[in-house]
Design a protein around this ligand. Structure first.
Ligand code: SF4
Ligand code: SF4
Length: 300
């Protein structure tokens, strides 16, 4: 079983549109949406959820007002300024201390130092992950709560479950819509994968981001291909991107032209290759052929 991860230096490069088309073109595949901070593959593939699971990214402190003597120790030791002296009173004190759940980083120090055992420190549910059926095959995806962290842990769960599903159903490919950027979630998306496709755009920031992403995939020793999406919007920068890819030892997998059909397809909740026969759809089909060829060459 092989894993292909599609990533980009930042959001909004058209990565998910390309993944949705790959999902239609591929056979025997499991899809994994690891862009858990801004998951949107489901908007095109309209998954039917068959299993949902809660996700806990960590623990959080909560002061129990009935036990608090307002000694102030917890506020003193909290390095994240997450504790305030404005909690409700009890029979002994007029006010108690309170934890701001948004500011709490879940380090647990306050609970350790509270002599009254007045601080509960328990796992919090801050997301969900799902196993679904789509018209292109099974899909594992997730939703992280607003302002919640530890998306790298959630990405790892989505990837692991997608691989398990592929093994159970005897499917030989997992296509991953990876997280953008170069932080923890994207590292969790690509580590150990067979192939990475970087989707970039012909802008100066696209050029800069490609350099950073290339260094990251090189660090992990993963074969990496590049695609310039909407390449014809700035042919000079597209050429610069190709030169940079060559200097970094990356192969160009193919470019995709700008076409309003991409947006029209999204509105119609279809992938571009389902919406159009030619034009941009031809580019994506050729891109997919290139990706498959290189993957087969590398694993021969
Ligand atoms: S350390 Fe415990 S008892 Fe003291 S203020 Fe904080 S919660 Fe209340
Ligand atoms: S768990 Fe850590 S961050 Fe949260 S309130 Fe306690 S000391 Fe502050």
């Amino acid at each position: 079983m092989k894993e292909i991860v599609v990533i980009s230096g930042k959001g909004g490069t058209g990565k998910t549109s390309i993944v949705a088309s790959f999902a239609v073109l591929a056979k025997n595949t499991v899809l994994a949406d690891c862009d858990v901070d801004a998951a949107d593959l489901h908007l095109v593939l309209e998954p039917r959820i068959v299993r949902r699971n809660q996700f806990s990214g960590g623990s959080q402190a909560r002061i129990m007002p009935g036990h608090c003597t307002a000694c102030g120790k917890c506020e003193e030791v909290c390095r994240f300024d997450a504790i305030f002296y404005d909690g409700p009173g009890n029979g002994r004190v007029a006010k108690t201390y309170r934890v701001d759940p948004i500011a709490c980083e879940g380090c647990g120090v306050c609970a350790y130092f509270c002599a009254e055992n007045a601080i509960e420190f328990a796992p919090v549910v801050n997301g969900e992950w799902f196993v679904s059926d789509t018209r292109c095959g099974p899909m594992v995806h997730a939703r992280l709560g607003v302002a919640q962290e530890n998306s790298g842990k959630l990405v790892s769960i989505v990837r692991t479950e997608a691989k398990k599903l592929a093994e159970q159903r005897n499917l030989d490919l997992v296509i991953i819509d990876g997280s953008p950027g170069i932080g923890c979630p994207v590292i969790a998306s690509i580590s150990g994968a067979d192939l990475v496709l970087v989707v970039t755009e012909p802008t100066l920031s696209g050029l800069h981001d490609l350099g950073r992403v290339a260094d990251l995939t090189k660090h992990f020793g993963i074969e990496t291909l590049v695609c310039v999406n909407k390449w014809d919007l700035n042919k000079d920068i597209s050429l610069e991107i190709e030169r940079l890819a060559s200097r970094k030892g990356l192969s160009m997998a193919g470019n995709v032209r700008y076409d309003r059909a991409v947006t029209e397809a999204q509105i119609a909740k279809k992938s571009v290759v389902e919406y159009r026969e030619n034009g941009v759809a031809t580019d994506i089909k050729e891109l997919w052929t290139g990706v498959v060829l290189l993957m087969n060459e590398n694993t021969r």
